[in-house]
Design a protein around this ligand. Structure first.
Ligand code: BGC
Length: 715
């Protein structure tokens, strides 16, 4: 046995059952009360504490564990470091629109630097839930609708969080969540029922988790939701069969907040004791705040309902993690470090770069953008125009308003002093106050161009913030229509935590920039993009519906037996196809879509491997040309379709992407190499297979366009 394993066995042999259960217990100090929490730590009844910030507070608890408890086992300190710690980056959905895993990794690493310097050992991130329903507020926290892109982002974040050379000398462990399929909540309502097939679970929802574990993620969080009748936090299929046996995951399984307690509301446990029994037997190692293990696990063992070996294995995993993080050697955090590490200028610069690369140009029909430098009078209107709070997005935690730049600040910094910038809020976000429509119209009329900054507040997405209506909240649509009616050239900067439903805006406003909730540098990033100091290059990672009635609308849908074929209905014209009588099938903006200030053309698709073996590599190339008059970045995407399968296959699936930068008039050959083993799915026996046969392949600028070719997979 190696040294850590010997140490673990030594500790286990000295531990009482209560101390073992302690290692399987995570508490929140404010929930149990500080005196009681400290007493429990002293008695060895706590393995981990969550949601606690600041090295001095954390050291104080750690000292009790290390110096005051019988065995001196250090605590694991867990926090939600979702898109930055103090240097707040764009929300993860926005970050994914960079299609730049390297950049996303750098952002995660900065978050890890700051969090570790302030005493955090464990981040409850990345959130890797695939989501195809923008009503769900937590779509903000993930990487959108696609498992391939989701897996790439999951890997990037794990690499960034678990970097082994942080300034603090400490390490951070990541926690992919919410395992599993939380993003498939019915009707987009948070915490709602999930009832999907095992095939969809394996083909769509599990790949980003598997990718995160392949990258070395040390822990995982079991979700709140049920999956086909069995709550995830008591679900042996996902926690034991898939996680432990198929994937061989060696790390720690922690539940989501009180998820063991919620087994009672789910109606699969009569009381907390039965809930504890179900969870531990299914494979949950650590109980987040339910105190189900704390109160009942020892009795369950004494009564023979839970084998001691199950407890011992869970404790081994927790101790192994603590040893791997170096907590036994370095339990305390240098209290002077945070002020040196937090908000370093280089971090603020990186936050700006990520924000710039995450904002999606949705429309620019009259080439209003970038702004004409000759403009002398600009009106800046809207509830988010001078906002210093909502741009932080959901889960900003210790992020501060004072660290942010608003769009007004950003524009003031980049516009020539000779440009007159008139600012008016016009209305509030939610519609609580009377809007000043008159004033807005007046300010717009007095200007040569108006920029409206509209959208959602940070409190309109994230956990427990699902929406049934996805238009502009409050009086913002009225404000928009008022300003548009003045006839002034109009640019809308949209901020939100999800795809919105904006058919009127898409029709009537010539230029729309989707800025999401872009973090502390969002205002400057918007300004840089609007004046053309930098070019927009981001592309959507979730489809934007035309109407809530289309949801779920996603590109990788199935064909059905009655495929619509074209873009969608012309009202009542094509009955008996899979469509609506009153709306088209396609989304307003498809997955992968986003414009640049320049333009790109695709030509000369070549399938270099028209026949490729099961263990081979598909090679496809195409020429991409910059046909505009500015340098720009294009995100080139590769999709495939397996034309005939033993089970139905999606009409398109992303299997590759590359970002290329091109000067005007220049072109380049983009070459994709896709291992054929990545083209598989789960068959009737739930085995992962790649089946020989014909495939279509596309190389294009988004999921709805592209050059098409064919190839064959042969035995
Ligand atoms: C959320 C998790 C989070 C946890 C701890 C829960 O309510 O669902 O995403 O990590 O709280 O804060």
């Amino acid at each position: 046995m190696n040294r850590p394993e010997t140490r673990i066995e030594q500790l286990l042999s000295e531990m009482t059952l209560a101390e073992k259960v302690g290692q399987m217990t995570q508490i929140k100090m404010d929930r149990v009360g500080w005196p009681e929490g400290e007493e429990r730590i002293r008695r060895g009844q706590v393995g981990s504490v969550l949601t606690i910030y600041g090295a001095s507070k954390i050291n104080r608890l750690q000292r009790i564990a290390v110096e005051g408890s019988r065995l001196g086992i250090p605590l694991l300190i867990g926090n939600d470091v979702i898109h930055g710690y103090r240097t707040i980056f764009p929300i993860p959905l926005a970050e994914s629109c960079t299609w730049d895993p390297g950049l996303v990794q750098q952002a995660a690493r900065i978050a890890a630097e700051e969090a570790a310097a302030d005493g955090t050992d464990w981040t409850f991130a990345p959130m890797v839930d695939i989501c195809r329903d923008p009503r769900w507020g937590r779509i903000a926290e993930g990487a959108g609708e696609d498992p391939f892109l989701g897996a790439a982002m999951a890997r990037a974040r794990v690499r960034g969080f678990e970097a082994s050379d942080l300034t603090s000398g400490r390490n951070l462990v990541s926690c992919p969540k919410h395992y599993a399929a939380y993003g498939a909540a019915e009707a987009g309502k948070d915490y709602n029922t999930v009832d999907i097939s095992e095939r969809t679970l394996r083909d769509v929802y599990l790949p980003p988790f598997q990718a995160a574990f392949e990258e070395g993620a040390g822990t995982v969080m079991s979700a709140f939701n049920e999956i086909a009748g069995v709550p995830a936090s008591a679900n042996a299929l996902i926690l034991d069969t898939v996680l432990r046996h198929e994937w061989g995951f060696p790390g720690v399984v922690l539940t989501d907040w009180n998820a063991i307690g919620e087994l009672i509301s789910h109606g699969v446990a009569a009381d907390l004791k039965e809930a504890a029994e179900r969870s531990v037997l299914a494979g949950v190692d650590m109980d987040m705040v339910a105190d189900a293990y704390h109160r009942h696990l020892a009795d369950l063992v004494h009564e023979g309902r839970v084998p001691l070996s199950v407890v011992d294995d869970a404790v081994r995993r927790v101790l192994r993690l603590k040893l791997a993080l170096g907590l036994f050697e370095r339990p305390y955090t240098d209290e002077s470090l945070a002020s040196e590490v937090i908000l370093r200028p280089a971090y603020r610069e990186k936050a700006l770069e990520v924000a710039q690369k995450s904002m999606v140009l949705l429309k620019n029909s009259e080439r209003l953008l970038p702004l004409d430098p000759a403009l002398k009078r600009i009106a800046l209107i809207g509830p988010l125009a001078d906002d210093h709070h909502h741009i932080l997005g959901c889960w900003y935690r210790i992020g501060r308003d004072e660290d942010t730049e608003s769009v007004l600040d950003g524009l003031r910094a980049v516009l020539p002093t000779t440009t007159e910038l008139t600012h008016l809020r016009g209305c509030d976000l939610e519609g609580r106050e009377e809007p000043d429509l008159e004033g807005a119209a007046q300010v717009a009329r007095d200007a040569e161009l108006a920029i409206l900054v509209l959208g959602e507040g940070e409190h309109m997405s994230g956990e427990a913030h699902s929406r049934a209506y996805l238009g502009l909240p409050g009086h913002q649509q009225a404000l928009l229509e008022t300003v548009q009616a003045t006839g002034v050239p109009l640019v809308v900067v949209l901020m939100s935590g999800r795809p919105l439903v904006i058919p009127w805006m898409a029709e009537h406003v010539p230029a729309i920039l989707q800025a999401w909730h872009g973090g502390i540098r969002a205002g400057r990033a918007v300004a840089d993009l609007v004046v053309g100091a930098t070019d927009p290059s981001a592309k959507l990672t979730a489809s934007w519906p035309r109407t809530e009635g289309q949801i779920p609308v996603y590109y990788a849908h199935k064909s059905t037996g009655r495929p619509e074929g074209g873009a969608g209905t012309v009202q009542f014209d094509r009955l008996h196809f899979s469509n609506y009588i009153d709306e088209r099938n396609e989304p307003l903006f498809p997955f992968g879509y986003g414009l640049s200030y320049t333009s790109f053309a695709y030509r000369d698709l070549e399938i270099e491997t028209p026949q490729v073996g099961l263990d081979g590599v598909l090679i496809v190339s195409a020429t991409i040309a910059n046909t505009g008059d500015r340098t720009g970045d294009e995100i080139v995407q590769l999709y495939v379709r397996d034309l005939v399968g033993s089970v139905t296959r999606p009409v398109k699936e992303l299997k590759g992407f590359q970002r290329v930068s091109l000067d005007p008039g220049k072109d380049t050959r983009v070459r994709f190499e896709v291992p054929v083993q990545q083209l598989g799915f789960h068959d009737l026996k739930m085995a992962y297979v790649v089946e020989p046969g014909e495939f279509s392949v596309w190389v294009g600028p988004n999921a709805a366009q592209g050059l098409e070719g064919f190839f064959e997979v042969v035995e």
